[in-house]
Write a protein that binds this ligand. Structure first.
Ligand code: IMP
Ligand code: MG
Length: 182
């Protein structure tokens, strides 16, 4: 559904869960961790669209060692706030990753289905190493046993929007992470 009403847009924001400042601090912290971990190694950040686009852009700018970026896309949530249960890879990376240390950059791990599929696909291409960094983790909702190597924030079981995360394709532009009002 196409939304043009700013008033309705704002009414759906229940409360701010994670502020811009808290995000900024965590980005600096994890940028340094990645700098130390991958110093002197070929690093490729693989972002999972669309939700991770802002996180990738900010994380990349908090990393000071040389690195490359690439994009994948997976579709698992359709319009609303419930998981469809199956995951489709709709965009894949073209390059050979066998000479890279790959770090998957994800917005949120919810059921774990999306990431476990992407992880297995990339693992099969034999990168030098393969790790996962996620902005958010909702461990209460896990269906597939999968955990990130680095998690910036662990959150309770609320549907969240902002900082790249959407509801029906909206709210990605919010600079903070908020709880969505159903
Ligand atoms: P999965 O359930 O772990 O496979 O998560 C699939 C995808 O659903 C995530 O990468 C997000 O794009 C999306 N998703 C899960 N929880 C939320 C949420 O609370 N807000 C917005 N998107 C979400
Ligand atoms: Mg995602």
């Amino acid at each position: 559904m196409i939304m043009t009403d700013k008033n309705n847009f704002e009414k759906r924001i229940e409360r701010v869960l994670i502020s811009e400042d808290e995000i900024r601090q965590k980005l600096a912290e994890y940028g340094s961790i990645i700098d130390r971990e991958y110093e002197g190694k070929p690093l490729l950040l693989v972002s999972v669209l669309k939700g991770a686009f802002i996180f990738l852009a900010d994380l990349s700018r908090n990393i000071s060692i040389p690195h490359e970026i690439a994009f994948m896309a997976a579709q698992s949530y359709f319009d609303g706030t419930t998981s469809s249960g199956n995951v489709n890879i709709t965009l894949d990376i073209a390059q050979d990753i066998s000479n890279y240390n790959v770090l998957i950059v994800e917005d949120i791990i919810d059921t774990g289905r999306t990431l476990s599929l992407i992880y297995d696909k990339l693992r099969a291409r034999a990168p030098l190493s393969l790790k996962v960094i996620t902005l958010l983790d909702k461990p209460e909702r896990r269906v597939v046993d999968f955990n990130a190597d680095y998690t910036l924030f662990t959150i309770p079981d609320h549907f969240v929007i902002g900082y790249g995360l959407d509801c029906g394709e909206y709210y990605r532009n919010l600079p903070y992470i908020a709880q969505y009002r159903e």
